[in-house]
Ligand binder design. Structure first.
Ligand code: SAM
Ligand code: SF4
Length: 334
């Protein structure tokens, strides 16, 4: 029987939080240049990682007591988490189960798409920054483009729809492929989304001048397609356009040049059980310590609400005072 409606997870600015991003691991089988250094990044020690039981308990508290309605599994590379279909099945089996989606680099998805769908996964976003094999190898430092293309096709066949592709354009690297990536998505029935690169790389080497802005992305798309703006879907970060003459949609997530913090409805849980009220937060709430210290659900709920209550109005990327958080994107969960 559905439980009574929880009180909304509100912050000081009246934003209601209904979306939870859960990082399943900080590890990855790629080393995308805008995300990780080639080597030398230490992984979180295994005992510090939440177990499946601990993750499930936190997701359950989120949906039952805090009004979380959607959960996105991410990482690091979430497909590297052992027994992932089992965890997906357990989350899907919760009373008031959230809508469950996954962000992945697509490696291994060809093998796991059907099992994940059968376990209750609804949708998938696959990261793909280029269609050229040599360039893919340069960007990710691994020669795995064909695995990703197979993974995309398998997700489509499994019905994890709409299959979205995330690309991060970087100047001098792949910005000349923006229209080609969109054409590939149109031809294959995928939904293309371009993301402005953000100062969240583990090596702290983000360079604003290499970020390709939303305006530039739209200019490049406009050279090949006619785009018709679509109304924004709820608090979704993506601005979207219909590609005229097709039934395809293309989106841009302009976190830096068109911040959408005013409508933010997200909270994030790291693989080691730290709650973050913002991608750019410099403070975290240690939910793992509470769980392992024997805290009851009331105490976990109170800590979670306190964290969200302390959320700032937005990120400061565009201010001179901006400080990059210590934890990189790969360990927060993008
Ligand atoms: N490994 C999975 C993947 O690549 O999809 C999930 C984790 S990854 C951190 C999630 C998303 O963040 C990917 O779409 C990736 O392209 C994006 N990303 C990583 N570093 C970024 C950065 N510095 N700026 C913007 N997006 C970034
Ligand atoms: Fe791995 Fe995703 Fe980061 Fe690329 S963007 S290195 S696939 S976590």
């Amino acid at each position: 029987m559905p439980s009574t409606r929880p009180l909304p997870l509100l912050d000081r600015f009246g934003r209601i939080h209904t979306d939870l991003r859960v990082s399943l691991t900080d590890r990855c089988n790629l080393r995308c240049t805008y995300c990780m250094p080639e080597e030398g990044l230490a992984w979180l020690p295994k005992p510090e990682l939440l177990t499946d039981d601990e993750m499930l308990r936190l997701v359950d508290i989120g949906v039952r007591r805090l009004g979380i309605r959607s959960v996105r599994l991410t990482g690091g590379e979430p497909l590297l988490r052992r027994g992932l279909p089992g965890l997906v099945e357990r989350i899907s089996g919760l009373p008031d189960a959230p809508e469950l989606s996954l962000t992945t680099n697509g490696i291994g998805l060809a093998r796991s798409a059907v099992a994940l769908r059968d376990a209750g996964l609804r949708r998938v976003n696959v990261s793909l920054d280029t269609l050229r094999r040599d360039r893919y190898t340069e960007i990710t430092r691994r020669d795995r483009l064909s695995d990703v293309l197979l993974g995309l096709a398998a997700a489509q066949v499994a019905g994890l729809a709409p299959v979205k592709i995330n690309a991060v354009p970087v100047r001098g690297v792949n910005e000349d492929e923006i229209a080609d990536l969109a054409a590939f998505a149109v031809d294959h029935g995928y939904r293309m989304r371009f993301i402005e690169s953000m100062p969240l790389d583990a090596q702290g080497a983000w360079d604003r001048s290499r970020m390709v802005t939303a305006d530039e992305i739209l200019e490049r798309l406009g050279e090949r397609f006619v785009l018709e703006p679509l109304p924004r879907e709820g608090n979704a970060p993506a601005e979207e356009w219909r590609v005229v003459g097709t039934d395809s949609v293309v989106g841009v997530i302009a976190s830096v040049t068109r911040p959408f913090c005013g409508g933010c409805d997200r909270v994030r849980l790291t693989a080691d059980g730290q709650l973050r009220n913002c991608l750019f937060a410099c403070q975290e709430s240690d939910l793992r310590a509470l769980l392992r210290g024997g805290a009851d659900d009331d105490a976990v709920e109170a800590a979670w609400r306190a964290s969200v209550a302390g959320k700032g109005p937005g990120h400061d990327i565009n201010s001179a005072d901006f400080r990059q958080p210590e934890r990189p994107m790969s360990a927060i969960g993008g």
